[in-house]
Design a protein around this ligand. Sequence first.
Ligand SMILES: *Cc1c(COP(=O)(O)O)cnc(C)c1O
Length: 414
Amino acid sequence: MSKVPTRADAVQLDRLDRLAAYRARFSLPADVCYLDGNSLGALPRGTSARLHQVIEQQWGHDLIRSWNAHGWIDLPQRIGAALAPLVGASADEIIVCDSVSVNLFKLLSAALRRNDPRKVILTEASNFPTDVYVAQGLVRTGVSAAELRVVPRTELECNLDEHVAVLLLTHVDYQSAAAHDIRRLTDQAHRAGALVLWDLSHSVGAMPLSLADDQVDFAVGCGYKYLCGGPGAPAFAFVAQRHLPQLESALVGWMGHQQPFAFAIDYRPADGIDRLLCGTPPILSMMALEVGVQLIAEIGITAIREKSQALTEFFRQCVEPWLAESGLRWGSPLNPTQRGSHLSLHHPAAHAIVQALIAQRVIGDFRAPDLVRLGFAAPYVSFVDVWEAADRLREMMRTGSYDQPQYHVRAKVT
Ligand SMILES: *Cc1c(COP(=O)(O)O)cnc(C)c1O
């Protein structure tokens, strides 16, 4: 399609879309273009019924017996096993627990311990802030004798020296959507004697990953974005099999004990990945996440990636003809194979533009200082959604209608 796409083109693309039927598996308001699945995935239709059953039957009626009778105690491993094919790992290398931030703390401390006496955590200045904060906290409190080195993205490779214990990176950049080459950087880190810890928050559920084939050591990822696990859904942690026997995290608790119900006073780690557990899993949140993971796995990660690339390219075709004169500036890689499933546009009035879009039922988000960020979650976003979003954005930029006082008011969450 070289000409400017029309709404009829979008309708036609939706007709040909093999994933189109899956939109009905999500509960979305009919009049909304939801382009923020990269921040909070949409609600799968199956989730409400599942939670209702778990609450009324399992919690309400079966009570504490449910830990065994309904397998509550095995949920961290069970959801981990369902996630494994999505990231190219084996079931016993993944556990679902805590938040990404907490899992980063556990795995960073474990990586430092594993690569002793090296001390340096190497990361990039444009990493997601929580990744850097967790590393700063580890260093400041002396939990691990570590040193943090934060460098520009372009200087990562030349900083892989003999002091680096672990390279800490996010696969898909939360701002630009630029994707690192996991295989290449992991290989380079290994050749320099460093371990790698990848944050997959913006890629899991949106694109296929091959952690085992790429020889990744450690990884974490988010449950509430493309996995549609619900607000604050638990995260996951991955540890390559070869590191499991020696794995020692600085944050341990009774659920990671070899025999939690022996109530022994001395900590003995469980075998394998289970030792990354700390406290009691949040069962309701785990159940909701399981529905999301099963649905994403059913749709198929290869098909999801294919459609997400088509959606982002379609958006680009829609906005390309008028983008320059609108004052918006492209903020993502032009090559779809080099980016994740969202797109960013720079504009000094980005916050007001996003608020005005939301008022017109196109939901995206603003990322400081100047980004309009739009996510294209393939399981439920249609080509017509994309066309409508581009059309409303075009009209808004043409008339300047976003420049109104109410759109400049900043809420706590942007
Ligand atoms: C969303 C996101 C997180 C979220 O961390 P939580 O501790 O689970 O809130 C972490 N890292 C990246 C790169 C993210 O995009």
